[in-house]
Design a protein around this ligand. Structure first.
Ligand SMILES: O=C(O)C1=C[C@@H](OP(=O)(O)O)[C@@H](O)[C@H](O)C1
Ligand SMILES: C=C(OP(=O)(O)O)C(=O)O
Length: 410
């Protein structure tokens, strides 16, 4: 695939077959860790994303240096996993960006439980030196306002600690559905958990009770098709598999959120059909609080640009520490296209844009979601996506699947 992809102004075409989206990377990376702790588990529809491949390789590795590149969940979940692997010492590192993504809150919590984790470079950031130990502690207090991944990492190892784990969460809890997903998957394999006020208790478990788990497809990946349908004429539709009405993934909120963009979702036999049912008045302002669904913020704001709508998106404090500072990246790239954008540390506002400028090159900053979020604009104008292969972090077949919807690429 060429490094930079030119997207030619195109018209949406409904694919003849449903598009199969691969398994959720969030569910897959949790389940792979659980499978390492409970080898009797069998998994189906596991994600083919780079982040999941890196997670699986790391879990199988005998090396003393493990590099998980850009994979945030792998970095956080493996820190907890290796901290409890007795008689194993290793270095866990990642890409240059990963070495700027904070991990101190998780490391402090693990060290409180008896782990021996130190920083090899900057204090509070990867690379980490992890000396695996039997963790003796049972109770830990942790700040929950920076990344839910720290909490999920601890919850996932909880059932294999001798006395289980009690987590007391402080601060404003962020990305809550991802914590709920972790708890749901633990329940699926038979782990008992108790929640009261801001305390979560995880009981120990010796053997998994349920042994085959089917990963649902990735709702965050589905978001780009929601955006395509939103930008298409009334009547446009597309089917995606395999999705359920009751999902563990917070991004399933797309079905509700995209009603505001005139997209109706129907569920049938593990398949969703997205259909553009009505136009959205051009004076509409989209106001959304996205602290529960941070990964679809980029998709949503680009949909607003394509429809000429103004928007205000809040609850976005976690975007600054993701693959790139997504708030700064969005402002820079949206303004190249003619938008007027204001960001704060936790929000982004965009005025209604009358004319989208043609032939813009969208920089992607090692962030898969920058590439995929801007791609549906090919329904409005010619544009170029720089470093197009970046999508493989979560959605390796993205460009092929996009082509099946009539978008012309070269
Ligand atoms: O636990 C997970 O699988 C994830 C949690 C979220 O991160 P934060 O909790 O850091 O917001 C999300 O953005 C990320 O893509 C995946
Ligand atoms: C933020 C993301 O991933 P991670 O934090 O796991 O790198 C993402 O996929 O949008």
């Amino acid at each position: 695939m060429p490094h930079n992809l030119k997207l030619h102004k195109s018209t949406f075409r409904s694919p003849t077959e449903p598009i199969h989206i691969a398994g959720s990377k969030s569910e897959s990376n949790r389940l792979l860790l659980l499978q390492a702790l409970f080898p009797e588990l069998e998994l189906a529809n596991v994600s083919n994303s780079d982040d999941t491949v890196l997670m699986a390789q790391a879990l199988a590795s005998q090396d003393s240096l493990i590099n998980i590149q850009h994979a945030g969940t792998a970095m956080r979940f493996l820190t907890a996993f290796f901290a409890m692997q007795e008689n194993k010492t290793l270095t866990l590192t990642g890409s240059q960006r990963m070495r700027q993504r904070p991990i101190k809150i998780l490391v402090d919590a693990l060290n409180q439980l008896g782990a021996r984790i130190t920083y090899l470079n900057a204090n509070g950031f990867p690379p980490l030196q992890i000396e695996g130990k039997k963790l003796s502690g049972q109770t830990v207090t942790i700040h929950a306002g920076v990344s839910s991944q720290y909490i999920s990492a601890l919850l996932l190892i909880g059932p294999k600690l001798k006395n289980g784990l009690q987590l007391k969460l402080t601060g404003q809890i962020t990305s809550t559905p991802y914590i709920q997903m972790t708890l749901e998957l633990l329940h699926q394999i038979g782990v008992e958990t108790h929640i009261s006020a801001n305390t979560i208790r995880v009981n120990p478990l010796k053997k998994a009770l349920k042994t085959t788990i089917q990963v649902e497809s990735d709702w965050s990946s589905a978001s780009y098709f929601y955006s395509l349908i939103a930008l298409s004429p009334v009547g446009a539709q597309i089917a995606l598999t395999n999705f359920k009405k009751i999902s563990y993934q917070g991004d399933a909120a797309l079905a509700h959120i995209y009603k505001q963009f005139g997209v109706f979702t129907s569920f049938h036999n593990n398949k969703i059909t997205l259909k553009k049912t009505n136009l959205v008045p051009s004076n509409t302002t989209i106001s959304l609080h996205l602290a529960n669904t941070p990964d679809i913020a980029q998709t949503i704001i680009v949909t607003c640009l394509g429809l000429g709508l103004s928007c205000k998106l809040t609850g976005l404090h976690t975007l600054k520490i993701k693959e790139t500072d997504r708030l700064v990246a969005l402002k820079t790239e949206l303004e190249k296209l003619g938008a007027s954008v204001v960001i704060t540390t936790n929000s982004i506002r965009m005025a209604a844009t009358k004319t989208i400028l043609p032939d813009v090159c969208i920089a992607t900053y090692n962030d898969h979601r920058m590439a995929m979020a801007f791609a549906p604009l090919a329904l409005r104008t010619d544009l170029t996506i720089l470093d197009a292969p970046v999508v493989s972090k979560s959605f390796p077949s993205f460009w092929t699947d996009l082509k099946a919807t009539g978008i012309r690429l070269s």
